[in-house]
Design a protein around this ligand. Structure first.
Ligand code: NAD
Length: 260
């Protein structure tokens, strides 16, 4: 379905981003991986994807806190593949603390990586998408883009921000073949969430499995994690012709979290 299209997935060395990169590659898209990790592990990942899906796969190490590196990553995708058609803004970090003790440096980092990076990447990608009159911009927000939780001030602000940014970009591209939408996942068992499970287990002195159930029970009525594979398929759908009039939507994929 996506043969001849090329995608950047930010933060795709792990978790949800990797699930989305795999799903887009399975549809034939060329992939520019991005994110942190050991060079050898990233190279192995790049080779695995290339072999498994017979698509071009490259890697760019841009730090999503650095606007000039983000612009360089988009330019690299365009020169390496000939076009950048799909931009998935996924890279993200979490920091959990009450607002009075939330360090300013952590606030700045969460806002930069989870929100401002998407602004800079979209700005860089739109020129080429407009020239070809086709594009898919998919922003990975969160259930926290729609509702809040205590102790996540920067994350909730960034995720609400990216839902708003998605709407603005959708309006500014409404008469083109470019769409922009946000996906709002509930809990997905990735390293980002494992850290929060470990923190609950340590704080409450309970086994890891119990902390995991506690985390789900508090927010996610299904009692099950969303998977990176499921989110990959939602991203594929947003790239399809069927989704070409979905513009500025914020799609919950959250086991019922925001239905409450
Ligand atoms: P993860 O920690 O598994 O992956 C995060 C990715 O971002 C990694 O590849 C990491 O290297 C990369 N990254 C971090 N800082 C970066 C930087 N400065 N520059 C470039 N890359 C950087 O986390 P995940 O759970 O897969 O999260 C992916 C996205 O999904 C995030 O935006 C997160 O907020 C969102 N999300 C996650 C969940 C969840 O339950 N896991 C729920 C809702 C939304």
């Amino acid at each position: 379905m996506l043969h001849g299209k090329n995608a950047i997935v930010t933060g795709s060395t792990s978790g949800i981003g990797l699930g989305i990169a795999r799903a887009l590659a399975a549809q034939g898209a060329g992939i520019l991986l991005n994110g942190f990790g050991e060079a050898a592990a990233i190279e192995a990942l790049r080779l695995d994807l290339t072999r498994e899906f017979s698509v071009p796969v490259d890697y760019h190490p841009a730090d999503m806190q650095q606007p000039e590196q983000i612009a360089a990553m988009v330019a690299h995708a365009e020169s390496r593949f000939g076009s950048l058609d799909i931009l998935v803004n996924n890279a993200g970090i979490q920091h959990v603390a009450p607002i009075e003790t939330f360090r300013g440096e952590r606030w700045e980092a969460v806002i930069a990586i989870n929100l401002s990076s998407a602004f800079y990447a979209i700005q860089a990608a739109l020129t080429g998408m407009r020239a070809r009159n086709w594009g898919r911009i998919i922003n990975i927000a969160s259930a926290h883009g729609l509702v809040a939780s205590a102790h996540k001030s920067a994350y909730v602000a960034a995720k609400h921000g990216i839902v708003g940014l998605s709407k603005v970009v959708a309006l500014e591209t409404a008469e083109t073949g470019i769409t922009c939408n946000a996906i709002c996942p509930g809990w997905v068992l990735t390293p980002l969430v494992q850290k929060q499970i470990d923190a609950i287990a340590a704080r409450e002195n309970i086994p890891e499995a119990q902390a995991r159930r506690r985390l789900l029970a508090e927010k996610q009525p299904s009692g099950e994690f969303v998977t990176p594979e499921q989110l990959g398929q939602v991203a594929v759908f947003l790239c399809s012709e069927a989704a070409s009039q979905m513009r500025g939507a914020a799609l919950p994929v959250d086991g019922g979290w925001t239905a409450q």
